[in-house]
Design a protein. Structure first.
Length: 90
């Protein structure tokens, strides 16, 4: 799980699940074209800074509850692993 907060209208909660499934075509979506990638290709994606930490925890099969705080320009200022209390290096 990930919660993100900032002093502007940017606050949300994400629930992230990792499962193994049989290959199926990516479903249609009105947010753009979806497609499957290999985990080794994640490094080539333009993703928010929180995502890299999520990918690492999933790859290590570690549970997580992250809290990320952003400033008014939506720049991440801090992120904490709420299960361990560890401040995640950003």
């Amino acid at each position: 799980m990930l919660t993100e907060t900032s002093p502007v209208n940017y606050n949300w909660v994400s629930f992230i699940y990792a499962v193994e499934i049989d290959w199926i075509p990516a479903p249609k979506c009105d947010e753009g074209e979806l497609y499957w990638i290999q985990s080794v290709d994640l490094k080539d994606l333009d993703t928010p800074p929180t995502d890299w930490h999520i990918y690492q925890y999933i790859d290590e099969d570690r549970p997580f509850v992250f809290s990320a705080n952003f400033d008014e320009n939506l720049v991440m200022k801090s992120m904490v692993d709420e299960l361990t209390g560890e401040v995640v290096k950003i």
